[in-house]
Design a protein around this ligand. Structure first.
Ligand code: GUN
Length: 282
C-alpha cells in the first residue's frame, strides 16, 4: 500500500495560512504583498503559467501586476521595467517568466532584479545563499517539494536521496535543500552510467528529467518515496510525469501524482516567498 502525496490539498492549506497572514497585515494597517510578473511574447504555455500566478495572487489577497510585453521588446526596455519595479514600494516580488525570446539574454536580465525581490531565487546572489544554506528564498519547485515532505512527515535525515536531473531551477537546488536537511545526496542525470543502479539506492527519489514515464518499476527500491517533477505529454498527448506512476506506485511508500503533486506547490511557494519579502520590507 502506498500513500499518494496530495499537492493540491497541501498547497491549498498553505495558501490559506498565507491568506490569513495577509489579513493580519491589513488589520495592522500594512499594505498587501505585491507580485509583478513580466511576460515577453506569446508563448502559450508561459501565458497559462502567468495567468495561474495572477489567479493565485488574487486567491490570497496579494496585489498582482502582470506586464505583457511584445516579443519585439528590447533588452534595455525590459531592464528599464525591472529597475522601475526594483524601486516600486508596492512590489515585493519580481518574476520574469522564462523562457524569454532568443534576442533577450536571460542571465543579464535576471542579474538586474534586486535580489531582495527575486522571489524565483534565480539571481546569482540567491543561488549562492542556497548553496551556503543561508537563504531567504529557495527556488519554488524544490522548496515546494520540501514542504510536501514535511507535510507527510518524511525526513531526509540520513536517507539516501537521489535527484535525477541537474537543472539550475530544480535539480541543483533540490540537492542543496536535501543536503541541508541531512540527506545523503546523489545527483544523477541523462549521462549517468547505470542509472537504474543509482536510482534503486534511493530512499527518496526526486525526478526532474523531462522525459515521459522515464522511471520504471525496476528503477525503484521497494518502499521508496518518489517525487515526480515532470510535466510531460505521452504519445497520445496525455499529461503525465517522468515516472510511470501505475507501475511504480505499488513499490512505493509515498508517491506524487502528475498532475496534482508537485505542480500546485510551486506556485504556492512563489506566494510564500513574496510574503516573506513583504514581511522583511513591511
Ligand atoms: N518558466 C517555467 N517555470 C518558471 C519559473 O518557475 N519561474 C520563471 N520565472 N519562469 C518559469
Amino acid at each position: 500500500m502506498y500513500t499518494r502525496i496530495d499537492g493540491k490539498e497541501t498547497g491549498a492549506a498553505l495558501r490559506l495560512t498565507i491568506r490569513e497572514a495577509v489579513e493580519k497585515r491589513k488589520a495592522e494597517g500594512k499594505r498587501v504583498p505585491g507580485l509583478a510578473v513580466i511576460i515577453v511574447g506569446e508563448d502559450p504555455a508561459s501565458k497559462i503559467y502567468v495567468r495561474n500566478k495572477h489567479r493565485a495572487c488574487e486567491e490570497v489577497g496579494f496585489l498582482s501586476r502582470v506586464y505583457e510585453l511584445s516579443s519585439s521588446t528590447s533588452e534595455s526596455q525590459l531592464i528599464q521595467l525591472v529597475e522601475d519595479l526594483n524601486r516600486d514600494d508596492e512590489i515585493d516580488g519580481i518574476l520574469v517568466q522564462l523562457p524569454l525570446p532568443p534576442h533577450l539574454n536571460e542571465k543579464s536580465i535576471i542579474a538586474k532584479i534586486n535580489p531582495d525581490k527575486d522571489v524565483d531565487a534565480f539571481h546569482t546572489f540567491n543561488v549562492g545563499r542556497v548553496m551556503l544554506g543561508n537563504y531567504r528564498f529557495a527556488p519554488c519547485t524544490p522548496a515546494g517539494i520540501m514542504e510536501l515532505l514535511k507535510a507527510y512527515d518524511i525526513s531526509p535525515r540520513g536517507k539516501e536521496c537521489v535527484v535525477v536531473g541537474r537543472s539550475n531551477i530544480v535539480g541543483k537546488p533540490m540537492a542543496m535543500l536535501l543536503l541541508a536537511a541531512d540527506g545523503t545526496v546523489t545527483i544523477a542525470h541523462s549521462r549517468t552510467k547505470a542509472l537504474a543502479e543509482v536510482t534503486r539506492r534511493a530512499d527518496i527519489l526526486v525526478v526532474a528529467i523531462g522525459k515521459a514515464r522515464f522511471i520504471t518499476a525496476d528503477m525503484v527500491k521497494e518502499g521508496a518515496v518518489v517525487i515526480d517533477v515532470g510535466m510531460d505529454r505521452d504519445e497520445n498527448g496525455k499529461l503525465c510525469g517522468d515516472v510511470d506512476f501505475d507501475a511504480v506506485a505499488p513499490k512505493c511508500s509515498f508517491i506524487t501524482p502528475v498532475p496534482g503533486g508537485v505542480g500546485p506547490m510551486t506556485i504556492t511557494m512563489l506566494l510564500k516567498n513574496t510574503l516573506v519579502s513583504a514581511e522583511s520590507r513591511s
